[in-house]
Design a protein around this ligand. Structure first.
Ligand SMILES: *Cc1c(COP(=O)(O)O)cnc(C)c1O
Length: 400
């Protein structure tokens, strides 16, 4: 019988190939267990996980706080429908309005994924009360998710084109202050941005871009909506990346790292943006259920009490140093903030380096041919950082 214990290469690959929808390529490994920053495959091989499920496993794998929260809430009250509120739901809404800086005038909407949070934000933009406006400005090369509205916002034509027509009104501009100034006027409902373009290879916005975006949207009554699905929840060495830029948005979307691996998403609004949705205009059956909300509360509480936002800043700097000290001729640039790190390569060999890393027991990824992405759990310490250096060094050596 095929099962997690009998995992020859062919058996799981055959089963995957015959039973899973063909939306993704063949997975790299068949994973059965995790602990801290490490995971193990079905053949007993151990990997240092410096991707964390793409910036999701904030506390690493099987963290006692996560396990306890899921277990306790599952045995207390898991789901109730939106006809009822629960203690974890209200606690999470209040926690998020505090952590985002939205404060008293802030509100939280809950859903189950990043794409769904952006769908909610897209609908929010349609409701901009400063007159009838349908134009939404987004960035070329940005990624906002795979559902139809999120896809319309995504600035990668190859992802979008097979599924057109997508919802209209979205225009993609180059990521320059000049293009921003040319695009913004009183007909714009919202400007939609990733503060760091994660899927594009961890690309930062140009210096001053976010500040100028804030000025122009404010001047023209457009919403500034920040997609912090990948950058949020402490990953960049601040609770949210806009805090590093000293900018306050009108809305922020949050998902990935928010509940450490439990599916959840949120749209948090600030000030006037909190008054745009009215009763019956949006909803989700699972959104904000007590099981997901309690897990998010526990994960966010642990990030706060264990000082993991500061740890992200400190460990991020250490990892950058390590990469620089490898002195590989292939490394042309080190990008990102905190523990969302991109390595720009001088040749299109990112896939080969990520494969070599995996062979050496290190999980990182290649969002495109010339970029590596490193996004470890926020809990990493001296041992994990040192081990990362050893394994990445071996991966680079094996290619030179
Ligand atoms: C991952 C991601 C999304 C989509 O989130 P899903 O949970 O996969 O739907 C949207 N925006 C950004 C910036 C992301 O990194």
């Amino acid at each position: 019988m095929p099962g997690p214990e009998t995992t020859t290469e062919t058996s799981w690959k055959d089963r995957f190939d015959t039973s899973i929808m063909r939306t993704m390529g063949m997975p790299l490994r068949y994973l059965v267990r995790g602990e801290g920053a490490y995971v193990w495959d079905g053949d007993g091989n151990q990997y240092l996980d410096f991707l964390a499920g793409i910036a999701v496993n904030s506390l690493g794998h099987a963290h006692p706080v996560f396990v306890e929260a899921v277990t306790r809430q599952a045995s207390t009250l898991a789901h109730v429908s939106n006809y009822f509120s629960t203690p974890p739901q209200l606690e999470l809404a209040e926690r998020l309005t505090r952590l985002t800086g939205a404060g008293q005038g802030g509100r939280a909407y809950f859903c189950n994924s990043g794409a769904e949070a952006n769908e909610a934000a897209f609908k929010l933009a349609r409701l901009n009360s400063h007159g009838p406006r349908t134009r939404i400005i987004a960035l070329t090369n940005a990624f906002h998710g795979r559902t139809m509205g999120a896809l319309a916002l995504t600035g990668k034509p190859a992802m979008r084109e097979p599924f057109e027509p997508v919802p209209g009104g979205v225009e993609h501009i180059d990521t320059t202050i000049e293009a921003l100034e040319a695009a913004l006027d009183d007909t714009v409902a919202a400007l939609f941005l990733e503060p760091i373009k994660g899927e594009a290879g961890v690309l930062e916005l140009p210096e001053g871009f976010l500040q100028r975006a804030r000025e122009l949207t404010e001047q023209h009554g457009a919403l500034l909506i920040l997609d912090e699905i990948q950058t949020g929840v402490g990953r960049t060495g601040a609770w949210f990346s806009y805090m590093n830029a000293g900018v306050v948005p009108d809305a922020v979307t949050i998902a990935k790292g928010m509940a450490g691996g439990f599916p959840i998403g949120s749209l948090v609004t600030f000030g006037w943006a909190s008054d745009l949705f009215s009763r019956g205009q949006h909803g989700s059956t699972f959104g904000g259920n007590p099981l997901a909300a309690a897990t998010a509360n526990a994960v966010l509480g642990e990030i706060e009490s264990a000082g993991l936002v500061q740890n992200a800043a400190r460990r991020g700097a250490e990892i950058r140093d390590i990469i620089a000290r490898i002195e590989s001729p292939f490394v042309s640039e080190i990008r990102g903030q905190g523990l969302l790190i991109g390595v720009g390569l001088s040749e299109p060999i990112a896939g080969r380096i990520a494969d070599a890393a995996l062979e050496n027991g290190l999980i990182i990824n290649a969002p495109n041919d010339s970029s590596l992405r490193i996004a470890p759990p926020l809990i990493i310490g001296d041992d994990e950082v040192r081990e990362f250096g050893v394994r990445l060094g071996r991966a680079f050596e094996s290619l030179s």
